[in-house]
Design a protein around this ligand. Structure first.
Ligand code: FES
Length: 167
């Protein structure tokens, strides 16, 4: 191989190696944009045994959820304000009221207030004042088949006539 051919060969080899390295780097960069695992929080959460819930209301700060119990009947109302997502607080009514919600009678014991911009919600979650654009969400409750705990599905909003009754 002449000196010139040898130089051309080495130049071609070097260029090819550079292109291969750049292509590998580009593939690695694109691959890094696609995560291998999902970091989404699970939407189904066990809340504890039904008998551990008091009659009335229990606030679950981790789930930002109010669970209401009346005897063996349960329902869950989100504590996430529909304006900008602050956590609303429950305020006990001076006297429980009965309201018809989606055609079903519901005993209201609390109303909800948002500390951020003053939105107010009735006991069934209906927005009644302030900038909140819609009612608080209600979520589906069920009973875990393995250990009987109450389970909420935070990805399954339900109509406000939803009740879980445990035999
Ligand atoms: S976040 Fe609740 S009123 Fe604005």
């Amino acid at each position: 191989m002449s000196e010139r051919n040898r130089r051309d060969f080495l130049l071609t080899l070097g260029t090819g190696a550079g292109i291969a390295a750049l292509a590998g780097q580009a593939v690695a960069s694109l691959r890094s944009l696609v995560p291998n695992v999902s970091y989404d929080a699970p939407t189904t959460v066990k809340l504890g045994a039904a008998h551990e819930f008091p009659d009335g209301l229990k606030f679950l700060p981790d789930e930002r959820l109010f669970v209401f119990r009346e005897g063996n009947t349960f329902h869950a109302v989100s504590a996430v304000c529909t304006h900008l997502g602050c956590t609303v607080r429950a305020e006990a009514l001076p006297r429980p009221e009965t309201a018809t919600v989606e055609g079903q009678s519901l005993r209201l014991t609390h109303r909800f207030l948002c500390p951020c911009h003053g939105s107010r919600y009735a006991g069934d979650g209906t927005n009644v004042a302030g900038p909140a654009p819609k009612p608080l969400a209600w979520y589906r409750l069920s009973v875990a088949p393995d250990d009987g705990q109450l389970v909420v599905d935070l990805a399954a909003p339900v109509e406000h006539d939803f009740r879980l009754t445990i035999a």
